[in-house]
Write a protein that binds this ligand. Structure first.
Ligand code: DGY
Length: 326
């Protein structure tokens, strides 16, 4: 974007990588939430007054009140996330505020975390690490920490979008049989032989490992509940890299405690960072703090996608990552 005498005002809700903040500073009169705290909606509405662009992330609730209060000047919300369930899209649309997000560039990183969770849940990574770290390893034993191998096991990918398909590629390399549930079956070139289950329950009955990779939309809240978990085979494993709200915590914790499930691997939770404390008490869950896209190169790529998208908009063209345009 050509730098004009009056740069548009922008507010940065979280600290972005250094190179990204520098590029933003060249383009915009940038105000920064310097201490990187998670701002409440009313704090955002107050701090970002007068801004044309609001840079946010999945930790900010950009609700109708925030959008209405900022609407007199706000043209764009740019979120450093592929998920946008934290933004009131209907209100943004009604107010003519464009929303940009960061698809594609984080698919590899998120798929890697899904595999990390799967391996650690199946091979008891938390217990193994703890045994060594706490000096409680009695030495090698033929029956110590026996887990589940991935080879030959059936994985059901719930949400076979860009991230889901990257997970399938990696799971295939581990010798897993790939199943998926989506609203629609994929074209053959995208499915790559994965078995489609139009009926979710039918998919669940075929899932030694369930990977939740569907978008965090409100309609899917609580979809992984007691009834659905009951459909899974005994000793199944549940992995969640999507949004915690898709899972009914009571049901998952009950199934992990009763032995119905072998294990779970979770990167996302309802009410982050104040997760259901009962997860911390369970040995058969492997927990990570929402790090799906947390690599240096991915976070830079996410930042550049927002910057390039906004540059395009200010030059009068529509970027692919403006929501509602593809
Ligand atoms: C995303 O991009 O949606 C990740 O979950 C990080 O918020």
């Amino acid at each position: 974007m050509a730098v004009t005498a009056t740069k548009p005002k922008a507010y940065l809700c979280r600290r972005f990588p250094k190179a990204i903040e520098a590029a933003l500073g060249e383009r915009y009169q940038l105000q920064v939430n310097t201490d990187d705290s998670i701002l409440r909606p009313e704090q955002i509405a107050q701090s970002a007054q007068g801004s044309e662009i609001l840079f946010a992330s999945a930790t900010e609730q950009i609700n109708a009140d925030v959008l209405r209060q900022l609407a007199p000047t706000l043209r764009y919300v740019a979120t450093l996330s592929v998920g946008y369930n934290h933004i009131d899209m209907a209100t943004a649309q009604a107010l003519g505020i464009g929303v940009l997000h960061t698809p594609d560039v984080l698919s590899d990183a998120c798929a890697e975390i899904a595999m990390m969770l799967m391996l650690n849940a199946c091979r008891r990574g938390y217990e193994a690490d703890r045994m060594v770290r706490t000096d409680s390893w009695p030495g090698w034993s033929p029956t110590q920490l026996l887990g589940l191998g991935l080879k030959g096991r059936r994985v059901l990918i719930f949400g076979m979008g860009r991230i889901g398909r990257e997970i399938a590629t990696r799971a295939r390399a581990f010798g897993m049989e790939i199943h998926y549930h989506n609203r629609r079956a994929l074209a053959d070139d995208l499915a790559q032989g994965a078995i489609y289950h139009a009926d979710f329950d039918d998919g669940l009955r075929n899932a030694d490992v369930l990977v939740i990779a569907a978008p965090g939309s409100p309609e899917l809240k609580g979809i992984i509940n007691a009834e659905r978990i009951a459909q899974l085979p005994e000793n199944a494993v549940v992995i969640n890299i999507s949004r915690g709200e898709l899972v009914d915590d009571d049901a998952l914790i009950q199934a992990l405690s009763s032995g119905k499930l072998f294990a779970a691997g979770l990167d996302v939770y309802a009410n982050e960072p104040n997760i259901d404390p009962r997860y911390r008490e369970l040995d058969n869950v492997f927990l990570t703090p929402h790090i799906g896209s947390a690599t240096h190169e991915t976070r830079d790529a996410m930042g550049w996608l927002l910057i390039n998208g906004l540059d395009a908009l200010y030059q009068g063209t529509t970027p692919d990552n403006l929501l509602g345009t593809r």
